[in-house]
Design a protein around this ligand. Structure first.
Ligand SMILES: *Cc1c(COP(=O)(O)O)cnc(C)c1O
Length: 468
């Protein structure tokens, strides 16, 4: 399988080259040249397999010859071995024809583990075979940093540098990053905001000299391999619930549009899906778009669901690519104008077609807490704020009553204990493997919001400078 850019001007790449490139050179995102299909017999043949076996089969056409088939299967098995539930992504019934897909059983308790545990191994494999070594750079507002660190720790071909805004991530989130004792993991607390961290990362990439010398690369959510790994659990869930003999609606708490786009990709591959419900908090740019036909960004407001405090959903460009007839030359100028002006309509006919498949629903903090409380009372299930938004949105906008509603839980309730306790009176406990998180020693460097010192820190650590 080859990969093309959504803006049509970057070179066509193989799977391993697209993996290492991340963003395309023309500012676009890589997508597969064609959508592979699973037939109904293919889907029936998945029934009864383990999570890893099913996932490897679903992903195989995307990887093509870039990784030997046996190596790939072994890598997938290894990626999900450490998850704390034998089903990896278990389903819980919430009501008649209504289910919860639990994606918080990985090492850092967010769904990002499902992609990053595999992507870390893929990077290591591809780099080792090329005899190369890279430094991954990542700015985080909380969840991505710890998931990326857990995926890359102790991997021979990688160093990972994570910048988080000092004092602006939760204690659980910070400790999940800073208590990892691996010599290739480097944490920086930046005296600034998440935006400052992102700007520092961008500035280091834009310094070509520095970037080439340090062999910088990124593991952000625009990497195709992350989407690919997420497609797998939609097939796994649907097959467990009776696909291809049953139809589905997926409700997904959405920020960067990566997770719900993976569900859409599963539909393109043949999964019987009637529609998608996008759950958002008050940062509801997508919900407003599907309701009004105009996409218009607004300032980000902090909420109880910080991983969805986003106003530009990067992966939406991948969906648009399909709706522009997979013609990057047409989509490129449209995206460039949108990035400049902060608003776009993408055509009325196109919007109507997209809105037949996607519906948005926005839930503010009060309604989020109410949803956590009501769902707990009715089903005994404790949900984190992101997952509660998905369930509330799914119930509100599930228009295809004949299809089975699957809402996606993206974080363990113990990652957001205060909101859960406020809503239910119950403080959720961390799972056993993290129970002593607050006793472990922390390791990080505090640096000013200033390019010079951060760049020096990276240089020093790559030269083998001792850990602080
Ligand atoms: C990252 C994240 C999301 C948003 O997912 P996208 O793929 O960016 O839409 C939702 N919930 C949690 C808990 C997350 O960490």
């Amino acid at each position: 399988m080859n990969y093309v850019s959504t803006r049509g001007r970057a070179p066509v790449l193989s799977f391993d080259a697209a993996l290492l490139a991340g963003l395309a050179g023309d500012g676009g995102l890589y997508v597969p040249e064609t959508w592979p299909r699973l037939t109904r017999p293919d889907m029936r043949a998945l029934s009864g397999l383990s999570y890893a076996e099913m996932a490897a089969r679903v992903m195989a056409p995307f990887v093509g010859g870039a990784v030997a088939e046996d190596d790939f299967t072994a890598m997938v098995v290894d990626a999900y071995r450490g998850f704390d539930h034998p089903a990896v992504a278990p389903l819980t019934q919430l009501g008649r024809n209504q289910w919860l897909l639990e994606l918080f059983h990985g090492p850092t308790l967010s769904f990002k583990d499902y992609a990053l545990q595999l992507v870390g191994r893929l990077f290591d494999y591809v780099l080792a075979r090329r005899g190369e070594r890279i430094a991954l750079l990542c700015a985080t507002s909380g969840d991505t940093g710890s998931a990326a660190i857990e995926a890359c720790r102790d991997r021979a071909s990688l160093d990972i540098f994570v910048l988080h805004p000092k004092g602006r991530v939760s204690d659980v989130q910070r400790r999940q990053m800073t208590t990892v004792a691996s010599s290739n993991v480097h944490n920086v607390a930046v005296e600034g905001t998440f935006d400052d961290c992102q700007d520092l990362v961008k500035a280091m990439f834009n310094d070509r000299d520095f970037s080439d010398r340090c062999r910088l690369s990124a593991v952000n959510s625009i990497n195709w391999a992350r989407i690919m790994a997420q497609v797998a659990y939609y097939f796994v869930a649907a097959v467990a619930l009776g696909a291809p003999g049953r139809r589905f609606t997926f409700a997904v708490p959405t920020g960067n549009f990566g997770n719900v786009y993976a569900a859409y990709a599963a539909r393109r591959m043949g999964l019987p899906v009637d529609g998608f419900v996008i759950g958002s908090n008050v940062n509801d740019v997508l919900t407003r778009y599907f309701a009004s036909g105009e996409m218009r960004t607004a300032p980000v407001r902090p909420t109880l669901s910080p991983s969805m405090d986003i106003q530009v959903s990067s992966n939406f460009e991948r969906l648009l690519f399909d709706y522009y007839g997979r013609d990057g030359a047409r989509l490129g100028p449209v995206m460039e104008r949108f990035r400049k002006q902060g608003r776009a309509a993408f055509g009325k006919t196109r919007w109507r077609r997209m809105a037949r498949l996607f519906a948005g629903y926005s839930v503010d903090d009060e309604a989020t807490k109410m949803a956590i409380r009501v769902i707990h009372r009715q089903t005994g299930q404790l949900l984190d704020p992101h997952s509660a938004i998905a369930v509330a949105a799914g119930i509100a906008r599930h228009d295809h009553k004949a299809s089975t509603l699957v809402s996606v839980a993206t974080a363990h309730p113990a990652k957001f204990p205060q909101a859960v306790e406020d809503a239910t009176g119950i403080r959720p406990a961390l799972p056993a493997h993290l129970a002593n998180l607050f006793e472990r020693p922390e390791r990080f460097e505090t640096l000013p919001n200033d390019l010079g010192p951060v760049r020096d820190f990276v240089t020093r650590r790559l030269a083998g400078g001792t850990a602080s």
